[in-house]
Design a protein around this ligand. Sequence first.
Ligand code: PEP
Ligand code: MG
Length: 573
Amino acid sequence: MALLLSGQAASKGIGIGRARVLEVGGVEAPEYTLEPDQIGSEIERFRAAVAQARAGLRTIADRLEQQVSSEVRDFIETHLLMLEDDALVEAPVEFIRGRACNAEWALKQARDQLMAAFDQMQDDYFRSRRDDVDQVAKRIAGALANRESRTLMAEDDSLADTVIVADDIEPAELTGLADRGLAAFMIESGGPQSHSSILARSMGVPCIVGVRGARQMVSEGQLLIVDGERGFALIDPDGERLTRYRERQVEQRRRQSALQRLASVAPRTADEVAISLWANAEQVKDIEMALRNGAAGVGLFRTEFLYLNRNSAPDEDEQYAACVATIGLMGGKPVTFRTLDVGADKQLNLGQDPHEPNPALGLRGIRLSLRFPDIFRTQLRAILRAAALGPVSLLLPMINGCEDVLQTRKLVKEVGEELRGAGIACDPNIAIGGMIEVPAAALAAPQLLDILDFVSIGTNDLIQYTLATDRGNQAVARWYDPLHPAVLRLISAVIDTAQAYGKPVALCGEMAGDTRYTALLLALGLKDFSLHPRGILELKETLSKLHRKPLLALKRDILAATSADAVASVLRM
Ligand code: PEP
Ligand code: MG
């Protein structure tokens, strides 16, 4: 019978494919001979690695909560027992001693012998244990190599119909996996609002996250169905299930192509209120899709993706060229470039402390840019120059008060003067907006709107910081509640304040593209939604079925609601 693993839905769609299990590393083993006086310390090194592997696995076991199926627990317990087993632990020690070889080589010999023995067995159950040997050996090898991160598959590796099963995938790694035919992701950690989940959605690849014990349960090459709607995966599905899921896949594709009829339709509610749908973009491909689906413009261009996956920051000309390409493609529609937003889970080494004690509260977003003014100036120069060519505005991430804006304005003014002085075309009067993603910024919206031209509500971070709940930490996922009264009050207050100031307000967090929240956001008065362009057509369809006016009348009751259920029942009224 197919085994079911549950997690959280992070990117819609059904993915069917063969598992590619990403370990923290492989068992590639160098071989070298030791001097007699090195043997003792090599044995110690090997034993320390085994202890480390055991501790790592113990931590995973302890983190698993009761709801995890007993099979997952059994797997881990088996691996823990193997880490006590002489065949894997003492045999390599004997190799090191007897052959004066290094620990990695000794481990590989012991592993190969054991796996060969399992291969000989007639019994399926015992034969399958060879995979356990392999996984446990990899764990020890990882500890020996002191490996913290792995290198993902080589560029030319085919990933067609592959389901990537991993502990976690960083945004920087994910960007290298786009357009390679992936069937799905199945990730052990993270939550639906983590940057990796957002990227999986933008790649259009089904993804489930928070699948505890996934790498223990799935073997390389196994057939998997990943249900990105309902948040679970099936291992080795039977023919009947496979047929059913393939039919659902076809049905989804059919629905997706049926939505195409809305591409050129202007977004409106059922009571004929015009709504603006803007695109969140990270790369040129997103811009093309934004245009195809009729976006009003780019509401959020995450410029950090120009910086990730490389050794040094792009220079002014490269950034300028990327901005110009975007503006050119948008053909006169406005583009909002958000300045560099790295830190926390999007790491980029600019010279800051890589081991900040609390990165989410550390040098992130605008703080990092202000801390490294040379890098910031370079980016500002590129954007200001590009702004001479079309309607462009600047969006500042992670501001927490007026000082961040004033300092940036000063830099923008200096950079503008510098460019003009050198006779370089630019727009020094570029509109400057702020992301509202920190509660302080939401509460200080009146002061901020005095000095900003527009605001954009970044609910992904606003929820995380309001509720003190890491957006990427599976262990606290149930506290990450977009419908928490505190979150709704902040969103509502920002919309009201901006409207009172007569300044544009958009919402560009994942809530904007999640049609479960469309009625709610309309009720709070939102008219500008910024979302990944892939979701634009579905949002148009949802909007066309909702009446804005009666929803607006529910605002007071929504804000008085004490729970997500209560909000839902107000909206059903
Ligand atoms: C947000 O925080 O809602 C947002 C849009 O920014 P990012 O997801 O890039 O942090
Ligand atoms: Mg953010």
